[in-house]
Design a protein around this ligand. Structure first.
Ligand SMILES: Cc1ncc(COP(=O)(O)O)c(C=O)c1O
Length: 389
């Protein structure tokens, strides 16, 4: 008998459940001061990307409310009738912040990665893409008709060998990387990558999702942190993490941005961001620039967390220049059971499992924010060490 699609999906869900990979909807009420409520219990929240604690900042919320009191949705895509004064102002401010000629907003960071790469790359081109890149970059690259080579940032000699083999047959070459790798907080070797790109005429595209606002002397992200801010062809960023809002953006030369405005399908076939989100993001951007002490506080918490993790015997993955601490769980331990126990004890710490990370590399991903008290950081790491021993 022919199986229905519904039945097949039911079986696939069961298979996911049996292998411990099924995800279930969860309701989380995010609170200020790095806390949240899950199942009626208030927890210290180590699962948010709100690194600078701007999502609850009264100034950001007030900017949002004021604009939202006049208009909710943008009503159309940016190219038709959805680009308001607030969108234009935010694009200008983002370009200035990044030190680039122009910027373009997208509905999300995911859409920015997808639309940007697919607008630039054509059949006959080649893309070199880091193996740990975010899913949005992976999908973007897969959706092109270019030649693709996946490299590891820990073996740049192999990358160069691949480039020597593939580059001569292709018209344009692209090197695509996360600036900060979201699953361990490490920064890409951007200086070396830019040098390689210069030698072989590759356009560098950096996804700054977890770097924007967080690292670099002015909070511009991994490129500024690495001293290569002016070298990528474009920077892609998101307003949804340290800026505490929603939306993606790309900054670069005027011509690159004009091309994207004309050709990035996820931008012009999708409704523009609500203007209130732009008003909130403008306020967040202003705070990022005027309150560098937030970055200093974050750095202090990151250093504390790393030294504490080591001192209690946890294995930390990655160099972790950014405030994401990934600690491994020994293979025979049930990470979900430990996660439940942590929740019972008052901590929300996401357990990251395959397929989000490779098989055998399940981990706790502890996102630090400026609102976390140093005592809480130390306490949660002691508790994780105790439970994983
Ligand atoms: C590295 C990276 N790039 C892009 C994105 C997508 O950003 P957004 O959530 O704004 O769609 C994410 C989000 O998880 C991310 O971690």
């Amino acid at each position: 008998m022919e199986r229905s699609l519904k039945n097949a999906l039911q079986h696939r869900l069961l298979a996911l459940e049996k292998s411990g990979r099924r995800r279930f909807a969860r309701q989380v009420e995010s609170l200020a001061r790095g806390r949240c409520i899950i199942d009626g219990q208030e927890l210290i929240n180590f699962g948010s990307n709100d690194y600078l604690s701007l999502a609850h900042d009264p100034r950001v919320c007030a900017a949002f409310s004021e604009a939202a009191s006049r208009q909710s949705g943008a009503t159309a895509s940016g190219l038709i009738a959805g680009r308001s004064r607030l969108h234009a102002e935010l694009e200008n401010q983002l370009a200035e912040f990044e030190g680039c000629e122009a910027a373009l907003l997208y509905p999300t960071g995911f859409a920015a990665n997808l639309g940007t790469i697919q607008a630039f790359v054509r059949p006959g081109d080649v893309i070199f893409s880091e193996q740990d890149n975010h899913a949005s970059l992976i999908d973007a690259v897969r959706g092109t008709k270019a030649a693709v080579s996946i490299y590891s940032r820990s073996d740049l000699n192999a990358l160069v060998a691949q480039i020597r083999t593939m580059r001569p047959d292709c018209e344009f070459g692209f090197l695509v990387t996360d600036g900060v790798f979201s699953m361990d907080g490490s920064v890409a070797p951007l200086r070396e990558l830019c040098d390689i790109a210069d030698e072989f005429h590759l356009a560098v595209i950096v996804d700054e999702a977890h770097g924007t606002g967080v690292i670099g002397p002015n909070g511009r992200g991994a490129c500024e942190f690495s001293g290569v801010q002016s070298r990528p062809f474009v920077h892609i960023g998101t307003l949804s993490k340290a800026l505490g809002c929603l939306g993606g953006f790309v900054t670069g030369s005027r011509v690159a941005i004009e091309w994207l405005r004309n050709r990035a399908r996820t931008q012009f076939f999708s409704t523009a961001l609500p203007p209130a989100v732009c008003a909130a993001a403008l306020q967040s951007l202003q705070i990022v620039q005027s309150e560098p002490k937030r970055r200093t506080a974050l750095l202090e918490r990151n250093q504390l967390a790393r030294s504490c993790a080591r001192s209690v015997g946890l294995t930390v993955i990655g160099h972790g220049e950014a405030p994401i601490l990934a600690v491994t769980v020994p293979g025979d331990k049930d990470i979900m059971a430990i996660s439940r126990q942590l929740q019972h004890d008052g901590w929300f710490v996401p357990a990251i499992r395959p397929p989000t990370v490779p098989n055998g590399s399940s981990r706790f991903r502890i996102s630090l924010t400026v609102s976390h008290e140093p005592d809480d950081i130390v306490a949660v790491l002691h508790q994780i060490a105790e439970l994983t021993r």
